[in-house]
Design a protein around this ligand. Structure first.
Ligand code: ADP
Ligand code: MG
Length: 448
């Protein structure tokens, strides 16, 4: 993502400059000549790692270490001593130093240690969006963010299908990005630049579906005061995206199947036939096979539309995508609201990664929007995450997971968040042993 940021504190000009020269190509380096300047710069720049000498003016390196650890427990601090002086080394390690080095410094070993330390803390570090990215590079709304294997599979499939015009069925829970994927298919293939027309079948009244899709001529029914083009015609050679395809009335399923087979259609009341050239992409958050079994969806139509299937996994199954999604979404929200929220503390990321996300990325967008609105400075506060405010965040919508296990998992996370992840306290509140709590954290794969 962004370059690591390293603060070097050393009163010896030569040592400081050679270290800076060594690290600069890879890291963003800040320097300070004494302890108090070091702390000042630390507070402002919030580096990811600190290298400090022990012998310093103003405040010595051990005191600097102690202060840094107090304000930012996860930041690795590497101590450099002039002589391998045992007393200060022991003190430094006790205070939480990452490691120590004796001068003269073996630079290649130090460099290796720095990169290891940054790696080991990158998953426990705060997320910070660099100022430059926040303001200069506007995020592309048509980008699919995430590098989890689930999302890579989706991206691979888009690549396979975008150069042809075969029908595509996109499956995934609500808010997983089905419409986004349909637009990316449209834009990255032969249909790019041609019309993209989306119809949401769950919001159209049953009586209007037919004329909406196929159009009608004047006088075809009461209220048809003039000819009206249908969506098939508007889509022309482009893409027709039929969202929530499971909601299409049974009688129209027959008609739709015929259109897909014959590649022509009749506007309502028209008595004429028009060619159908659009590429058809459909989406559903229901299990169509199940609906076919229950007689709610025609099997022949199902086969027609499911030639090529793309399944988007729910967000809770690809929690590793959350940090990059948070960055992407924050960029979008900051721009819209003229805000500057760019720091997401580690425990907030952790809370976001542990949430069950019934509403997937759309829910994540809403949670972040609320949190940004509440943010006073540039930090996204844990207190502003709406789902942590009550245990009522558990899915209650139709078809959602209502199992006791899910409830238990959510409740454990709720209590852990409440106690700041103090497991002894959490176990006490939950009225179970610490041992049982550990087992449950493991069994439910709660990220720590
Ligand atoms: N992988 C992703 N990367 C970036 N934004 C995403 C991603 N998936 C979904 N979104 C965003 O989440 C929101 C919901 O996506 P949408 O395509 O409308 O979901 P669905 O159609 O499955 O309900 C949209 O704002 C979309 O841009
Ligand atoms: Mg949708």
């Amino acid at each position: 993502m962004s370059r690591g940021r390293v603060l070097v504190i050393d009163g010896d000009d030569f040592a400081r400059e050679s270290l800076t020269g060594l690290l600069q190509p890879e890291y963003e380096v800040f320097t300070a000549k004494d302890g108090s300047e070091g702390l000042q710069i630390f507070g402002k720049a919030r580096p990811d790692l600190v290298v400090t000498a022990v012998a310093l003016h103003a405040l010595d390196g051990i005191k600097v270490l102690e202060m840094i650890k107090r304000s930012s427990r996860n930041t690795p601090v590497i101590i450099v001593t002039a002589h391998a002086e045992m007393r200060s080394i022991i003190e430094a390690m006790r205070l939480g130093a990452y490691d120590y080095f004796a001068k003269p410094i073996d630079y290649s070993r130090l460099k290796e240690m720095i990169s290891k330390a940054l790696e080991s803390t990158s998953h426990s570090a705060d997320l910070i969006i660099p100022e430059s990215v926040l303001h200069d590079a506007l995020p592309n709304e048509r980008t699919i963010v995430g590098r989890s294997s689930g999302i890579m599979e989706v991206i691979k499939k888009i690549g396979q299908v975008s150069s042809s015009r075969v029908n595509v069925l996109i499956e995934g829970e609500s808010g997983t990005g089905k419409e986004l994927v349909s637009r990316v298919i449209h834009n990255s293939g032969v249909t790019n630049g041609l019309p993209f027309v989306a119809v949401d079948l769950s919001t159209l009244p049953e009586t209007l579906v037919e004329s909406e899709l196929f159009g009608h001529v004047k006088g075809a029914f009461t209220g048809a005061v003039r000819d009206r083009k249908g969506r098939f015609e508007t889509a022309a050679d482009g893409t027709l995206f039929l969202d929530e395809i499971s909601e299409i009335p049974l009688n129209l399923q027959v008609k739709l199947l015929r259109v897909l087979q014959e590649r022509e259609f009749e506007p309502v009341g028209g008595g004429m036939t028009l060619p159908m050239n659009a590429r058809i992409v459909v989406a559903t958050n229901r299990n169509l096979e199940e609906l076919v079994r229950r007689g709610k969806f025609r099997e022949d139509l199902f086969y027609r539309i499911s030639v090529f299937r793309i399944n988007i996994p729910p967000l809770r199954e690809r929690r590793e995508d959350i940090p990059s999604l948070v960055i992407h979404i924050l960029q979008k929200i900051n721009r819209e609201l003229h805000k500057n929220v760019r720091r997401v503390p580690h425990d907030v990321i952790k809370a976001l990664q542990n949430h069950y996300w019934v509403g997937n990325i759309r829910e994540l967008e809403n949670v972040l929007l609320q949190a940004v609105v509440l943010a006073k400075g540039d930090v996204l506060e844990k207190e502003s995450l709406s789902f942590l405010q009550s245990t009522g965040s558990i899915a209650k919508a139709e078809g959602e997971d209502l199992s006791l296990e899910l409830m238990e998992r959510e409740h454990i996370i709720f209590v852990l968040n409440k106690t700041n992840w103090d497991k002894t306290e959490a176990a006490r509140l939950l009225n179970i042993s610490r041992h049982t709590l550990y087992n449950k954290i493991k069994a439910y794969r709660i990220a720590q």
